[in-house]
Ligand binder design. Sequence first.
Ligand SMILES: [Zn+2]
Length: 187
Amino acid sequence: MPKPFQKLFSVNSAFSVAKMIVILSIPLCLLVYALAMPSRPVMTNKIENKTEKPNDDLRTRLTPEQFYVTQEKGTERAFTGKYWNTKDAGKYYCVVCGAELFSSDSKFDSGCGWPSFDKAASEKVVDTNVDSTHGMVRDEIICHKCGAHLGHVFNDGPTATGLRYCVNSASLDFKSKPDTENKSDKK
Ligand SMILES: [Zn+2]
């Protein structure tokens, strides 16, 4: 082979090797990307949990009012909910996911027609969001675990916490304390 051709050949083969590498690396990159996808962290807990309970499932599991309040940020009419006047000792759980949200120990009669509490069962179970609908700026409260709308929290509470968690009965599931536990605080 004449020298110039040899040179051309070697340049060409080096070029095709490089081309091969580029061509092969494209599907390889796609494969690596596809494999990496499921292990990527999900943005927030709320999104993760919400996808676990699709709305169709909730529509059959919840009453229309429970669905309207928890999923569509509705509000039940004052003095119509199941628990606004409940005075029994026990705990209030999220009607959607079952997380423990409030205790009867922190419930008080606010006169507003909704179950009212001066604190949540723990700081971590209830999240707040600024809600500027209906021409007001209020702090919406939602279940930390599943994002269900619960009601609002106000800074006019009469107790030491200064807070009034105004909660829809439709967001809650009340379980009274067993009698054995209840002896000391029976009224
Ligand atoms: Zn919940």
